[in-house]
Design a protein around this ligand. Structure first.
Ligand SMILES: NC(=O)c1ccc[n+]([C@@H]2O[C@H](COP(=O)([O-])OP(=O)(O)OC[C@H]3O[C@@H](n4cnc5c(N)ncnc54)[C@H](OP(=O)(O)O)[C@@H]3O)[C@@H](O)[C@H]2O)c1
Length: 273
């Protein structure tokens, strides 16, 4: 059986869709009949509720959004999966994850390190930023950031789901990291131009120095120290480190990742008018 955590999220929903025809169990916190697959109620905050769903030979997709208890909860579920004799864990991490890194990168780094020494065969997916963030990032036809003029890569979460589906349905292979990117990288000015073209109205990128971006995020309700860390991360991401493109999506799925233009065409209505 393939056990999918985070099944109601942007990756999880697309993954469940791609696993139709396979013996799949979606792990959800609330009844989710709209998923169209068998599901069980469980919560990472109580790892045993997920552990009891796992049996020898199962394949586990490990994913959830981040919260302060993320590292302990995910490590506990990995231990329970090892105890149950799970055959493979495919986990969602983030590009450049490492223990001690800021924000999600540090949390994922700790979970990734735990998974690598768990004894369970693993695949760690390390995607760049999600195109699915963009509708939320555009407010009043403006996108704010501290990226400067350099290029940054975004990936469509549907491509992450396709990679996960490929890894979870083929014979368990080598344990390794997979850095997942979209097919092209753009400056945020060019991203705003593409969004403008898709929406048929001008959308502008506003580049702010890190302290001003921090204040902007605080005004949006992001608490400190997250606001400062997030703005600083945008500043360092703007050095080009997230601009390089990998062939991992095509290597693993046999088709190239979706371009930004395709994402925008499919999600035009999600941008507020
Ligand atoms: N956003 C980015 O640009 C980006 C880039 C790289 C990596 N990532 C990583 O991608 C992951 C998120 O992926 P996503 O797009 O699928 O997220 P998402 O759309 O926000 O979905 C998160 C899923 O996690 C579930 N969840 C949250 N807390 C849970 C808990 N305590 N117990 C059980 N389920 C729980 C949610 O369930 P409910 O429906 O019940 O809330 C939902 O199904 C994170 O690890 C993040 O660090 C994000």
């Amino acid at each position: 059986m393939i056990v999918v955590t985070g099944a109601t999220g942007s990756i999880g929903r697309a993954l469940v869709e791609r696993l139709r025809g396979h013996d799949t169990l979606a792990v959800v916190r609330k009844p989710a009949d709209d998923l169209g697959t068998d599901y069980a109620l469980a919560d990472f905050d109580e790892p045993a509720t997920i552990g009891r769903l796992l049996s020898e030979g199962d394949r586990l997709f490990l994913n959830s959004s981040l919260w302060p208890g993320f590292v302990d909860a995910h490590r506990a579920v990995i231990d329970l999966a090892a105890h149950a004799g799970v055959a493979q864990i495919v986990a969602v991490s983030v590009r450049d994850a490492a223990p001690g890194a800021k924000l999600g990168g540090g949390m994922h780094g700790e979970v990734d390190a735990h998974l690598r020494k768990s004894g369970v065969p693993w695949s760690i997916l390390q995607p760049t930023g999600f195109m699915q963030n963009l509708p939320r990032d555009v407010q009043n036809d403006r996108v704010y950031g501290s990226y400067g003029p350099k290029e940054v890569n975004y990936i469509d979460t549907r491509d992450i789901a396709e990679v996960a589906a490929a890894l979870l349905t083929r014979p368990v292979g080598e344990s390794r990291d997979h850095v997942l990117t979209g097919p092209e990288s753009f400056s945020h000015e060019r991203i705003a131009a593409q969004i403008s073209a898709a929406l048929g109205r001008p959308v502008h990128y506003v580049d702010l120095p890190v302290p001003e971006m921090t204040a902007h995020l605080e005004r949006q309700g992001v608490p400190q120290p997250h606001a400062g860390d997030l703005a600083e991360l945008m500043g360092t991401t703007g050095d080009g480190r997230w601009a390089t493109v990998t062939t991992a999506v095509e290597d693993l799925t046999g088709r190239p990742p979706r371009p930004l233009s395709a994402f925008l065409a499919d999600h035009r209505t999600q941008f507020s008018s």
